[in-house]
Structure formats: structure tokens, C-alpha cells
Design a protein around this ligand. Structure first.
Ligand SMILES: Nc1ncnc2c1ncn2[C@@H]1O[C@H](COP(=O)(O)OP(=O)(O)OP(=O)(O)O)[C@@H](O)[C@H]1O
Length: 361
């Protein structure tokens, strides 16, 4: 049995939510106006499982993570919603409560390990510092814990006295993972944790994370723009587009039989043995967060948009088996999936939408 299968078995064991995000809307004050980063996002992060959060750059993935761990920037405004964790609404908790939860219960692995390690402190001392911020321990216990964590993440513990520049990129990322797990958190927020690493190291690190998850039992919310990474590492998936969740469910159901045209478009970016041609990119770009279109935000790029899509915002609709999709054409999608895998469908959409944009302006 592979680590991944183990992980999925653990996922099936408990399906109650660890974090419950309801109707969360966040915007940023900018010089150009208010940027709508998240609108009415509702999401249940499962216990002892991995959920992937996918979507193009700027769709609000990092904003959602930062809201959960309480590190939104000064110019952010939470205009609605709650993030419930063990009976506490993290959107309304005071700074002290958030500080005690951060790292010990909810931790984060960020995009760039290089920037998050202190270059003038040894790796071991940085892990010790992370522990001491929350726990009192003897020097011997601290040392033992650092040795245990480095071993768990696959770094020779004798390297604890090295400085970050003496570590390879992959080792630095492993050190960051050790630091984020050392207090045994319930939830790990992983924001593109392997982006700067080559494919082989990326794969090794994800394999370690999956093994650690089985041993330590934490949940993971994994942010990525790469659908293949979610397929390999997660049991659930939420697809985001322009600040909204457009589709959500088990990976098997959402990737196997998507309803939302945006998810179908993302799926075309995966290498496929059935498709004889190159992966198909979704033409066009996401909308400006300062001037979001009315109706469905994906309509301007969608090959299946009908007039209603440009006028009325679709709500997430349950399609069965915990699979939800926000599309006015959910009922038609099973019959359109083949068409959505064709290059010509997206090329046609690009021409039609370009023409309708010109006629508006
Ligand atoms: N501090 C900020 N000030 C102003 N606008 C911001 C700020 N942070 C994020 N935004 C805007 O909010 C929207 C969502 O950004 P966010 O970083 O959450 O997206 P993302 O999906 O994580 O993107 P990426 O994959 O590139 O990291 C974007 O339009 C972004 O420009």
C-alpha cells in the first residue's frame, strides 16, 4: 500500500470539519479602489485529511490561508463571515488568542523556505526558538525534540548546527516543515510548499508530508495552482475562481467528473493519454478584482455561457455525494464534458467573448 493510499484511508475515518469557513468576504483597500479578494466563501476543512485549494494566480488562495492563520495585511477588511475553529471564531478572536493558536494548533508552510529562515541562526536554534515561543522545556528535551523532528522530515539531525545557506533548497524546505510540525498542530496550511524545487525533490517532500500526516494525524489545506499535485496528495478539493469557490468535493468526483467549466478548463492543463494534442490553456485572464463582472465571474471566458450567466450569479449547488458546483449549466455539463476537452471549444469561446467585449465597449 502506498503512503497516498494510507493517507486516503485516514481521510475516510473522520469527516467532521476541523475548520468551518462560512460566507467569508475580504477586500483590500488599494490606490485604485477596493479589491475584492474573497466573496462569500464557505468551506469545511476536514479533520485528519488533506484538502487542495486550486485556482489561477490572484484568485484569493493566499488571502484565505492568511485569514485562517490571522496574518492578513493592514489594508484588509473582513466584510462578512466567520472562520470557526474548535468553537472560536478566528475572525473575531483577540490577538492573544490568535497568538496561542498560531503555530501550536494551526501552522503554515510558505512558498519560499529561503526567505523564512533566519540566515544568521543555525537551523536547530530556529526550531528551538519556535518551540520556546509556546512551550517550556529543558535544554535536553528541546535538543531531543529537534533531533526527532529533523529525523522525521528526513534531514540528518547532525546538521542541526548548520546555517540555512549550508542546506540545499530541499533540505531548507524540510527544515521549515519540521518547524511547522514541531508543536504537533491540528492544521497545516501549505502555500505552494515546493514551488521553487525541482520535480524530483518536490515529489520526495510531498511523500514525506503524506507519511508524516499518517504518523501525526494533522489536517492539511494545500494551496497550489497545479491540479496534478492535488490529485496526488489530497482527498478533497476546492476550486477557486476570482475570489469565489466554484466547485468543491472529493478529488475523485471533482476531477473525475467536473461540473464547472473552469474546472473542466483546469483539467485540460493535465497531461492526458486520451488527448492526442498538447494541454489546452484557458484563453483570457481572470477579471480585475476592483471591477468584477456581474453574474458568473467566469462567464467572459466560458465556452458554455448563456445570457443568464452574464446577469445572475450562480450559487453552489449540491450535485450529490458532497460534490457542489456553482454553474447555471450544471445539469447540462455531463453532456458537454467531451466538448470541453476539445481545443476548438476554447478557441471558439475566446473569439465569441472577444467579439461580445468589443460590442460592449
Ligand atoms: N495586501 C494586499 N493589498 C492589495 N491587494 C491585495 C493584497 N493581497 C492580495 N491582494 C489582491 O487580492 C487578490 C487575491 O490575492 P491572493 O494573493 O490571495 O491570490 P492567490 O490566489 O494566492 O495568488 P497567487 O497564486 O499568485 O499567490 C488579488 O487580486 C491580489 O492582487
Amino acid at each position: 500500500m502506498t503512503g497516498n493510499q494510507n493517507n486516503r484511508d485516514a481521510d475516510e475515518a473522520d469527516d467532521s470539519a476541523l475548520v468551518d469557513i462560512t460566507d467569508l468576504s475580504i477586500r483590500f483597500r488599494t490606490k485604485r479602489g477596493m479589491a475584492n479578494a474573497l466573496e462569500s466563501v464557505s468551506l469545511a476543512v476536514p479533520r485528519k485529511a488533506s484538502m487542495g485549494l486550486v485556482g489561477e494566480s490572484g484568485c484569493g488562495k493566499s488571502t484565505l490561508m492568511k485569514a485562517v492563520i490571522g496574518v492578513l495585511s493592514e489594508n484588509a477588511e473582513v466584510t462578512s463571515g466567520s472562520v470557526m475553529y474548535n468553537g472560536t471564531d478566528l475572525m473575531r478572536a483577540d490577538a492573544e488568542a490568535l497568538r496561542s493558536i498560531r503555530w501550536s494548533e494551526i501552522s503554515m508552510i510558505t512558498q519560499s523556505a529561503l526567505n523564512s529562515l533566519n540566515p544568521v541562526m543555525t537551523v536547530g536554534d530556529q526550531i528551538i526558538e519556535a518551540i520556546q515561543a509556546h512551550r517550556h522545556m529543558s535544554k535536553a528535551d528541546l535538543n531531543n525534540l529537534v533531533v526527532k523532528m529533523l529525523t522525521l522530515v528526513g534531514v540528518d539531525p547532525r546538521r542541526m548546527h548548520d546555517y540555512p545557506h549550508q542546506f540545499s533548497g530541499g533540505m531548507r524546505q524540510r527544515a521549515i516543515i519540521a518547524m511547522s510540525l514541531v508543536l504537533n498542530p491540528e492544521l497545516v496550511l501549505a502555500d505552494e510548499p515546493t514551488t521553487s524545487l525541482d520535480m524530483i525533490v518536490q515529489d520526495q517532500i510531498f511523500r514525506s508530508i503524506r507519511d508524516l500526516q499518517v504518523q501525526l494525524g494533522f489536517s492539511m489545506l494545500l494551496v497550489t495552482h497545479d491540479l496534478a499535485v492535488v490529485i496526488e496528495n489530497c482527498s478533497r478539493i476546492a476550486v477557486m475562481y476570482a475570489g469565489q469557490i466554484v466547485e468543491e468535493g472529493s478529488v475523485a468526483s471533482v476531477v473525475g467528473a467536473p461540473f464547472h467549466p473552469y474546472t473542466l478548463g483546469l483539467k485540460n492543463s493535465l497531461p492526458s493519454i486520451e488527448r492526442m494534442h498538447e494541454p489546452i490553456a484557458i484563453p483570457g485572464a481572470p477579471p480585475d478584482p476592483i471591477a468584477m463582472p456581474p453574474g458568473c465571474r467566469f462567464a467572459p471566458r466560458c465556452p458554455f455561457a448563456i445570457p443568464r450567466c452574464r446577469e445572475q450569479r450562480p450559487n453552489l449547488e449540491q450535485m450529490g455525494d458532497g460534490h457542489a458546483s456553482a454553474c447555471h449549466r450544471n445539469a447540462d455539463m455531463p453532456g458537454l464534458r467531451m466538448e470541453a476537452a476539445e481545443f476548438s471549444t476554447w478557441a471558439r469561446a475566446s473569439e465569441t467573448n472577444h467579439a461580445s467585449q468589443e460590442s460592449i465597449s
